[in-house]
Design a protein around this ligand. Structure first.
Ligand code: SF4
Ligand code: SF4
Ligand code: FES
Length: 236
């Protein structure tokens, strides 16, 4: 069933229960995101996609990538409160990752520069979880996860050991918005490349990333195409 919502003064119709970000897309309104990807389940961790809504007479801030649109909802994507909240989120992310170009560009676009807060130890991972969820939900492997809490939170393989389930498909490197996971060459055997993320090593590719001739890669892409076709057939 479709519901009508008003977003920045435009009325649009979207599926009941679909996230607010779908209404924004339909209305051609850009909402910045970091942890959202349309092929993955909503995660709602970065809060950058924050918008203001009026629902049942109450006005409040919600994350648009996972908050369901409802009948009669009024949505505002660019109020002073929204802009201020997004600036604060980017500044806080810059504390953890001051050298990440994506965050620097976003900060500039939002009219803020260097973070007011003190950097503890520079990191490239913004903890968006895209790599973890892609590996789990699309590749179907689950070789990496988010470990530890607070400032020590990080993406890692179980016990930070070389993974024996990672197939070396490289999807995590493609989807990472900060370039934090890299393919690196083995110094002793330059043809053998592996994936590096901080201290964590993923299994070297058995075919040295010669993807065109790789059986695993071909099967992987066949699966990806099937997943995308299923996803589209559900009308999402
Ligand atoms: S390279 Fe390994 S960790 Fe990365 S998505 Fe593929 S299977 Fe998962
Ligand atoms: S490694 Fe990249 S994709 Fe994974 S959580 Fe960190 S920033 Fe996100
Ligand atoms: S994009 Fe919505 S919470 Fe990250």
């Amino acid at each position: 069933m479709k519901v009508s919502v008003i977003i920045d003064g435009q009325m649009v119709q979207i599926e009941q229960g679909a996230p607010i970000i779908d209404a924004a897309k339909k209305a051609g309104i850009f909402i910045p995101t970091l942890c959202y990807h349309e092929a993955l389940k909503p995660y709602g961790s970065c809060c950058l996609c924050i918008v203001e809504v009026i629902q049942d007479g109450q006005r409040r801030l919600v994350t648009s990538c996972n908050f369901p649109a409802a009948v009669g909802m009024e949505i505002f994507t660019n109020t002073a409160r929204v802009r201020q909240s997004r600036r604060m989120i980017v500044e806080l992310l810059l504390v953890r990752c001051p050298d990440v170009p994506l965050l620097q560009t976003m900060a500039k676009q939002m009219g803020t520069g260097l973070s007011r807060f003190k950097t503890r130890e520079a990191n490239e991972c913004i903890l968006c979880g895209l790599c973890v969820r892609f590996c789990e939900e699309v590749v179907g492997v689950g070789a990496i996860g988010l470990a530890n809490r607070g400032v020590d939170r990080e993406v890692a393989t179980p016990f930070k050991m070389a993974s024996d389930v990672c197939i070396g498909c490289g999807s995590c490197t493609y989807i990472c918005p900060t370039g934090c996971i890299k393919m690196v060459s083995d110094r002793k055997t330059p043809n053998l490349r592996s994936l590096k993320m901080g201290n964590c090593s993923l299994v070297p590719c058995p075919n040295s990333y010669q993807c065109e001739t790789c059986q695993i890669e071909q099967e992987f892409f066949k699966d990806i195409k099937r997943v995308i076709a299923e996803f589209r057939s559900k009308g999402q």
